[in-house]
Design a protein around this ligand. Structure first.
Ligand code: HPA
Ligand SMILES: [Zn+2]
Length: 341
C-alpha cells in the first residue's frame, strides 16, 4: 500500500470521507437508465430499448462520437421542467452520498432547444433542484452552459442570446461535443462576448483533439480551466506552461477508459500529471454512461496507481482551488480536507 494507508479498505474510507468538489459533470450524462425509462413512460416517448439491462449493454463505446450518439438519443426523454428538476435532484442526491460539497455542472441547452424544449424550461428545472439541494443539504453549485462544438458559432451566439435573461443563474460557458475538426478558435467571437458579460470560461480540449486545441483554448478563448486536457502531455512546453500558470485540468478517469482515451485505468496519466506540477482534479463526466460517480473515479485511479494519502489530498484540494468559488468560500472546505490529512 502507498504511504499512509494500512489497507485498501482504509484508503476507500478516506476517499469516501474527503470533502470533494466536482467540476466536470454533464447533467444529461447523469441520466440513469431507470430514470430514462420512467421519463419515457411519463412523457409517452418511445425509446429503442426493452429493459434497463439492454440500455446498459448498449453503453460500449470505441470513441467519443460513439458515446455522443447515444447520449443525444438518451436526452430525448427530458421534456418538462419537472424532468430537468428530477434529473438534477437525482444527481445531487448521488453526489451528496459521495461527500461532494460543491458541484459546477454543465448543461447542453442546444440538445434540448433543437427538440423544441424551451431554454427556460431546462434552466428552471435544473435551478429549482440546485436551490433545494443548497437549502436542504448545504451543497453549493454553479451552472456552466456548454455550446455544442459540432454546431456553428452562429448557433452558439443564438444560444447565448437565449441565456441573457438567466445570467444571474449561469456562472460560465463551456465547449463540448465532437472535438476533432471543431477547434476552439471556431468559437472565438462567442467566447469573447461571454467574457465581456462577466462569465467564466472553460472548454473541453485535448480529450481526443491535439495539444494545439489546448493552446487555442488558452490563447484564443482565454479559458479559466481546461476540461480533460490529457493530450497536453504530448507537448512538454505546454505542460510547463499549464503548470506555471496553475491551470486547472478537470480529469475524468473512468470516462477516459470508456471512451478509449487511455488503454486501461492502469495506464491513466493522473499521477504523471501531478508529478509534472499540473493542477489535476478528479471528476465523473457522464457517470451514468461511464460506470461511476466521483468516488468511484477516485477509487479506480487510487487502486490502479496506488495513490498516496498526500496525492488524494492534493486532488481534493485542487477541486476547490480550481473551482469558481472565491477564496473565502473555498477556505472551510480546504480546512476540512486539512483536518483529515
Ligand atoms: O466527455 C465529453 N466530451 C465531449 N463532449 C461531451 N458531452 C458530454 N460528455 C462529453
Ligand atoms: Zn465532459
Amino acid at each position: 500500500m502507498a504511504d499512509g494507508f494500512a489497507s485498501p479498505a482504509e484508503r476507500a474510507a478516506f476517499i469516501a470521507a474527503l470533502p470533494k468538489a466536482e467540476l466536470h459533470l454533464h447533467i444529461e450524462g447523469s441520466l440513469e437508465p431507470e430514470l430514462m425509462f420512467a421519463l419515457a413512460r411519463r412523457n409517452g416517448v418511445a425509446i429503442p430499448f426493452a429493459s434497463v439491462e439492454e440500455v446498459r449493454a448498449a453503453y460500449a463505446f470505441s470513441n467519443l462520437q460513439d458515446f455522443l450518439d447515444i447520449y443525444y438519443q438518451g436526452m430525448g426523454v427530458l421534456q418538462t421542467e419537472q424532468d430537468f428538476h428530477d434529473l438534477t435532484a437525482a444527481y445531487l442526491d448521488r453526489a451528496r452520498a459521495d461527500n461532494v460539497r460543491h458541484a459546477e455542472i454543465f448543461f447542453d441547452p442546444q440538445g434540448h432547444t433543437a427538440r423544441g424544449v424551451a431554454f427556460g424550461t431546462v434552466i428552471a428545472g435544473i435551478t429549482r433542484a440546485l436551490d433545494d439541494a443548497r437549502e436542504r443539504h448545504g451543497i453549493t453549485s454553479k451552472l456552466i452552459l456548454c455550446f455544442l462544438r459540432h454546431l456553428s458559432e452562429e448557433e452558439a451566439e443564438a444560444t447565448l442570446d437565449e441565456a441573457l435573461p438567466w445570467l444571474d443563474r449561469i456562472a460560465g460557458v463551456g465547449l463540448d461535443s465532437s472535438e476533432v475538426g471543431h477547434p476552439p478558435s471556431k468559437f472565438a467571437r462567442v467566447f469573447a462576448r461571454a467574457r465581456s458579460l462577466g462569465l467564466k470560461l472553460v472548454a473541453h480540449a485535448g480529450e481526443e483533439g491535439p495539444p494545439e486545441y489546448v493552446r487555442e483554448a488558452l490563447d484564443v478563448l482565454k479559458v479559466d480551466r481546461i476540461d480533460h486536457g490529457n493530450r497536453s502531455l504530448e507537448d512538454p512546453a505546454l505542460v510547463a506552461r499549464l503548470a506555471s500558470e496553475g491551470v486547472c485540468l478537470t480529469v475524468c478517469p473512468l470516462s477516459n477508459v470508456r471512451l478509449c482515451v487511455v488503454g486501461a485505468i492502469a495506464d491513466h496519466p493522473l499521477r504523471a500529471m501531478l508529478d509534472a506540477g499540473l493542477h489535476a482534479t478528479v471528476n465523473s463526466d457522464d457517470p451514468s454512461y461511464f460506470g461511476g460517480y466521483v468516488n468511484a473515479n477516485y477509487q479506480a485511479v487510487a487502486d490502479a496507481l496506488d495513490l498516496s494519502r498526500a496525492e488524494l489530498v492534493e486532488l481534493a484540494c485542487n477541486g476547490f482551488t480550481g473551482s469558481f468559488l472565491d477564496a473565502e468560500e473555498q477556505a472551510p472546505h480546504l480546512a476540512a480536507i486539512d483536518a483529515l490529512a
